[in-house]
Design a protein. Structure first.
Length: 158
């Protein structure tokens, strides 16, 4: 068991969200589902909370009600090796009412923010040649979903 885990607050959609997320990430599983008992605040048998893993990262979730909602100040960073991965995660996580946003960010249908980022981007942005890094940054700032090919072209000065 990991010592620290993200704890996500949903308005009645824990089971739906958990199923959605575990269907997108390959190394994922539902660990535990806690259901309301006789004395719970919700209907008996309804999901109160759950624990699940995405790519080995444990998440906890609660059906806490409408009092709180997600903000982009907290997001999940997904490292992608290929354009195919970027495209796949962006399409799946933004499906059914989600929204692709600038610079590789997106908001899923539950309002949770994600960053879908090619691993090559970090090295390009940290290049010792400030002109290369500047071109990559300027190109990235014009994108929504990140395009590795276009970022590499900017890096190479083409």
């Amino acid at each position: 068991m990991q010592k620290i885990a993200p704890f996500l607050w949903f308005d009645g959609k824990v089971e739906e969200a958990m199923t959605f997320y575990t269907s997108i990430f390959k190394n994922s599983r539902v660990k535990d589902v806690m259901r309301q008992g006789e004395g719970g605040p919700g209907p008996k048998g309804s999901v109160m909370g759950a624990t699940f893993e995405l790519e080995g990262q444990e998440f906890m979730a609660l059906n806490g009600g409408p009092m709180f909602s997600f903000t982009p100040a907290i997001s999940f960073f997904v490292r992608c090796e290929t354009q195919e991965e970027v495209d796949d995660f962006a399409a799946k996580l933004s499906s059914d009412g989600g929204e692709i946003q600038p610079c590789g960010w997106l908001k899923d249908k539950y309002g949770l923010s994600w960053q879908i980022v090619p691993t090559a981007l970090g090295a390009m942005l940290q290049d010792k040649d400030p002109q290369k890094a500047r071109r990559v940054m300027e190109t990235m700032m014009k994108m929504k979903k990140l395009d590795i090919g276009l970022l590499k072209q900017a890096y190479e000065g083409r």
